[in-house]
Design a protein around this ligand. Sequence first.
Ligand SMILES: N[C@@H](CCC(=O)N[C@@H](CS)C(=O)NCC(=O)O)C(=O)O
Length: 210
Amino acid sequence: MILHGYFRSSAAWRTRIAFNLKGVTPQSVTHNLRDGAQNEPAYAAINPQKLIPSLELDDGTVLTQSLAIIGWLDREVPEPPLFPAANALRARVEAFALVIACETHPFQNPKIQKRLRAKSFSEADVQDWLAVAMNEGLSACEKLIQDQPGPFCFGGAPTLADICLVPQIGSARRYGIDLAPYPKLVAIDAHCATLPAFMAARPDQQSNAI
Ligand SMILES: N[C@@H](CCC(=O)N[C@@H](CS)C(=O)NCC(=O)O)C(=O)O
């Protein structure tokens, strides 16, 4: 099984956390997004969206989209579960994850930033674009867990919500977003950092980090 990733890709980071939590270690192949390796024909043949990550299964099947890869992994290796058993709570976990994966992270993608710069956005405009997108997403996420006691987003065990949150907080820090308005999210991120599965998935822990 081959996980196509890149140390700084937050979507790949999600899958690394999930694999670590399940105790599964796929072979890792890196594609340098900065050099545009995701656009090479060989990778486009694997993932028609030219996005990281992709997972090549041993029978040659290719899975794309980090949430689909994590869902597949959770069904293949049920323990520990990455979703709560209670139906409504599971829907809340999925909604939280989708706020990040569908409504927040896509705005910061390298190809989107490139398009903005090509449309003559100044660096300040690009930074503002990133800050608006991240603050909208993080602000919703902080509210979505207001009733939750912690230490993870939804209860006492990590779920897909935490798997999506940690890389998004990592991106927010990288882009200099003020996290003071999000004390619950910051506390959960700090708690996740105490778990080896989360720690080992960090970009700076990857052998190909540059
Ligand atoms: N929704 C996708 C997002 C994948 C994605 O956007 N990956 C980024 C890196 S985090 C990427 O490959 N970007 C390439 C580019 O922007 O050219 C997923 O969750 O897998």
